[in-house]
Design a binder for this molecule. Structure first.
Ligand code: ARG
Length: 264
C-alpha cells in the first residue's frame, strides 16, 4: 500500500515535473518573447521632447512636482495622436528657441507668440490660442493706458514679446526677470511702475497679489503657436494634423475651458 502511494506520488511528481519542464520551458520562452515584444513596443513609442518654461500659468506651471497646464494637455493629446510619449523639458523662456533649433528638444510649446524674429530661427505651427499683452499696475497708479508708460520703469519676463514691446516704449527703462511672477512681485515692492505680460498669466498673478490691477486697454494682440526646427517639416506637418483634429473634435476648446473659466 505504502509502495503504491509512493509510486502514485512519484508519478504525480514526474507528470508535474514534465509539465513544469515542458510547459514552463515553453511559457517562459513565450513570456520572454512577450516581454521583448513589450519593450519593443515601448521603444517604438518614440519620445517627443517638448521645451517649455513652466512659469506661465495657466499654460504651463508646476503643481507639486508635475508640470501641468493648457500647453501640457494639448501636447499630451498631440503626442497621443502621434502614438508618441511626451517628455517635458523645463528651461528658461529665452532658451526655448535655441533648444528647438539645435535639436536639443523636438518642439517648443510655451504660450509662445508668433513673431517674425523667431520665425527666422524656427518654424511656427498653426496657431492654437489668442492672447494679448496687458499692463499690470498698482491699483493707485497714475498709469491709465499704454501712452502713460513713457519714461516709466517696466518689468517683463526676459525674452518675451512683452520684453520686446517695452523696449520700444519711449524713454522707458526695462527690468527683465527670469520669471513673470518676479516682475509682479517687484511691482508690489514699488521697484517698477508696471508689468507687461500676457493676459491669462496676468490674471493668475494678480489674483495671488493684493492691490494690483490690469488696465482695460491691451498693449497688443497676439496668437500662440508651437515651434519646430527649420528642417523638421515632417514633425511640423504631424503637429498641424494633430492640432486640426483637436480643433475639429472640440478637444482643444475643452482643454482651454478646463483652465480658463472666466467670462471673455
Ligand atoms: N507670449 C509671450 C511670448 O511669446 C510670453 C510667453 C512666455 N511663456 C512662458 N512659458 N514663460 O514671448
Amino acid at each position: 500500500m505504502k509502495k503504491r502511494m509512493l509510486s502514485i506520488l512519484l508519478a504525480a511528481v514526474c507528470v508535474f515535473a514534465l509539465a513544469a519542464c515542458g510547459g514552463n520551458g515553453g511559457s517562459s520562452d513565450d513570456a520572454k518573447g512577450d516581454a521583448e515584444d513589450d519593450t519593443k513596443q515601448e521603444q517604438k513609442r518614440e519620445v517627443l521632447v517638448m521645451a517649455t518654461n513652466a512659469e506661465f500659468p495657466p499654460y504651463e506651471y508646476y503643481e507639486g512636482k508635475d508640470i501641468v497646464g493648457i500647453d501640457v494637455d494639448i501636447c499630451k493629446a498631440i503626442a497621443d495622436e502621434l502614438g508618441m510619449e511626451l517628455e517635458i523639458e523645463d528651461m528658461a523662456f529665452d532658451s526655448i528657441v535655441a533648444a528647438v533649433s539645435s535639436g536639443k528638444a523636438d518642439f517648443g510649446a510655451a504660450g509662445m507668440t508668433v513673431d517674425p524674429d523667431r520665425a527666422e530661427q524656427v518654424n511656427f505651427t498653426d496657431t492654437y490660442a489668442h492672447s494679448s499683452q496687458v499692463i499690470i499696475v498698482k491699483a493707485d497708479s497714475e498709469i491709465a493706458g499704454p501712452d502713460d508708460l513713457t519714461g516709466k520703469t517696466i518689468g517683463v519676463q526676459l525674452g518675451t514679446t512683452g520684453d520686446a514691446y517695452s523696449s520700444d516704449v519711449e524713454d522707458a527703462t526695462v527690468e527683465r526677470y527670469n520669471k513673470g511672477f518676479e516682475a509682479v512681485q517687484a511691482l508690489t515692492q514699488d521697484k517698477i511702475d508696471a508689468v507687461i505680460i500676457d493676459r491669462e498669466p496676468a490674471k493668475e498673478f494678480i489674483a495671488e497679489t493684493e492691490g494690483l490691477m490690469i488696465l482695460d486697454e491691451s498693449f497688443t494682440e497676439e496668437d500662440y503657436a508651437m515651434i519646430v526646427a527649420k528642417d523638421n517639416d515632417e514633425l511640423l506637418e504631424k503637429i498641424n494634423g494633430a492640432l486640426k483634429n483637436l480643433k475639429d473634435s472640440g478637444k482643444l476648446d475643452e482643454i482651454i475651458g478646463k483652465y480658463i473659466t472666466s467670462e471673455e
